[in-house]
Ligand binder design. Structure first.
Ligand code: SF4
Ligand code: SF4
Length: 556
């Protein structure tokens, strides 16, 4: 293997410049500076497609940066991105639109008794913008000599099963028109060849899912998802001070579930402080909701109108907004090779959210994503001359790391709630890793004709929301969204479920045109992939559009 190949032939190709992929790249350069590493990212700029709460456990990031750039704490970027640490926290149970109880005492008690929910305490963690964190990690990676290519979207992984190795990935064709015809600016998607392929695309990655199929990886239980919608709100200095710039609030209950009246959806909400009088508010909803007219943005509106939240944000201005899915299936939804248990196969490793590495007792995966990046790099360095041993070595290192420990601690958490509902499932969750193994069905199968009772009178203003996400695609390219059978929409879904994609898509992509449901506004797409996982007939496929399209998050 040569050390200086062109970008279309590299030793290590990392798909996705999020925290997992960039951690892998940085650790590789720290351990073996002469190795050539290329990271490809579909977004136009680093951080544009990254959205999270986010509260970040410091240890994996410190471990990574201490070895790669020992002077990192002195940099202006570090001071800006890691400016805030959690000093105070509240865990609120919201009852109806007015009442709330701080149940932090119960979480502290759980911690004292070593029960699962005790993991929800965050004192000492960083409060970060994942878009800014990603941008910063990208600069570090570039500084260490990593080739970071933004605007490079990949559509396939070339995997030779008999040889047990991937030879590379194929980029998306650029310059096709809406009908798929080649335009004068057409560029055929190149193949980037690599000795090692690291899949770090985030949740529900296109290449990852194709690879799982090609390599016949299996999940014991299907991946389950939640949908998160978030707004960054500029508030008055008085409101910001009242909220507290070092305080995080996690909430559960209204408007997703309450002990007496329902509506019985799993999920929660957050309020985190940003800088310069900004507060982030967000709602995360388990994608196994049953209401065909439910839209997570309605839940966000309800949450913002709750008396406890309203006091901090009333009169504020939304300056940025976005949506994404989170993989929640936990330990039993990690894709593995049936024979060896490896998370990946041959020379291909699956990292972070792509592998479903989220600790559901914390509803956090950012620290696990970075840790998995470190482990993947360590694996490559250890078996550098034997690429086909990469997935096995990576899995061995993951199993010895905190990643496996945390994933095991919350083994059946989400499946328990999917099976028994939040009312019974949440109390069971205190038993964490002691819960038995459950298989559950995919989220989309949970949809019914039932209606969400707490829906507001007015439709959510999706146009403004989408504008705040700054989503953009080249308008006249081939749509990256496909409805497989539009007759199903017309004859079964619209009469039975009232075409839920029109309601739940946060960007208003789907509309009824000439009596047919269609992805009429693909250029609004936020790449959250909710439609692919929540259409009740599994009738939508999301593929990657041309590079550089999508949302442009700056402070999410
Ligand atoms: Fe229903 Fe799916 Fe058709 Fe939308 S695409 S109308 S959700 S079947
Ligand atoms: Fe999300 Fe699908 Fe709507 Fe795009 S079209 S914003 S992926 S739900």
């Amino acid at each position: 293997m040569s050390d200086n190949k062109g970008y279309n032939e590299v030793s290590v190709l990392i798909v996705g410049a999020g925290p997992a992929g960039l951690a892998s790249a940085i650790q590789l350069k720290a351990k073996k500076p002469q190795i050539d590493v290329c990271v490809i990212e579909k977004a136009a700029d680093l951080g544009n497609h990254n959205l999270s709460g986010a509260v970040l456990e410091a240890e994996p990031l410190h471990t990574l940066l201490d070895s790669a750039v020992p002077e990192w704490q002195q940099s202006d970027n570090a001071k800006e991105v890691l400016e805030k640490k959690v000093k105070k926290e509240k865990v609120m149970f919201l009852l109806g639109k007015k009442w709330s109880i701080n149940i932090l005492f119960a979480i502290k008690l759980a911690k004292m008794l070593s029960l699962g929910p005790g993991q929800m305490l965050h004192k000492g963690d960083y409060i970060v913008s994942i878009s800014k964190l990603t941008k910063w990690l990208g600069h570090i990676a570039k500084g260490l000599g990593v080739e970071v290519l933004t605007g490079f979207a990949a559509e396939d992984i070339i995997f030779d099963e008999s040889a047990n190795r991937a030879t590379g990935v194929r980029l998306v064709d650029q310059g096709l028109d809406k009908e798929g015809n080649k335009q004068p600016n057409f560029i055929e998607g190149e193949i980037i060849s690599a000795d090692f392929v690291v899949l770090a695309e985030g949740c529900d990655g296109l290449l990852t899912e194709k690879f799982i199929e090609k390599a016949k990886l299996q999940r014991y239980s299907p991946q389950l998802y939640s949908v998160g919608v978030k707004e960054l709100i500029k508030v008055s200095p008085e409101q910001y001070e009242k909220f507290g710039c070092w305080r995080v609030v996690h909430a559960m209950g209204f408007p997703l579930w309450t002990p007496i009246i329902g509506p019985g959806m799993f999920g929660g909400a957050i309020c985190y402080p940003g800088t310069d009088d900004h507060i982030s508010v967000g709602v995360i909803v388990g994608a196994d909701w049953k209401y065909c007219d439910f839209n997570p943005q309605d839940a966000l509106t309800n949450f913002k109108q709750h008396k406890f939240v309203k006091q901090f944000i009333d009169g504020g201005t939304v300056v940025e907004a976005g949506a994404k899915m989170i993989p929640e299936g936990g330990y039993y939804a990690i894709p593995r090779d049936a024979k060896t248990g490896s998370i990946g196969k041959g020379n291909v490793m699956i990292l972070g959210d792509s592998a479903g590495l989220v600790n559901m007792l914390k509803i956090k995966g950012l620290h696990l994503a970075i840790d998995s990046g470190i482990q993947s790099a360590n694996a490559i360095v250890e078996i550098f001359n034997n690429p086909r041993a990469a997935a096995l070595k990576y899995t061995e290192l993951i199993d010895q790391s905190n990643v496996a420990k945390e994933m095991k601690s919350a083994k059946s958490f989400r499946q328990t709630i999917a099976k028994f509902g939040p009312l019974l499932g949440m109390p069971f969750s205190v038993f964490g890793g002691l819960l038995p193994k459950f298989k559950v069905e995919e989220d989309y199968k949970a949809m019914t004709a039932a209606r969400y009772k707490l829906k507001g009178k007015q439709n959510f203003d999706k146009d403004t929301f989408t504008a705040m996400a700054a989503a953009e695609h080249r308008e006249d390219q081939t749509s990256h969204l496909t409805i497989l059978d539009s007759d199903i929409c017309k004859t079964r879904c619209t009469p039975g479920f009232n075409s839920p994609c029109i309601t739940f898509c946060p960007a208003g992509v789907y509309e009824t045109v000439n009596d047919r449901v269609t992805p009429a506004n693909p250029s609004n797409c936020l790449h959250c992939k909710t439609c692919q996982r929540k259409c009740p007939f599994d009738n939508i496929r999301w593929t990657v559009p041309e590079g550089a399209g999508g949302p442009r998050y700056k402070r999410m």
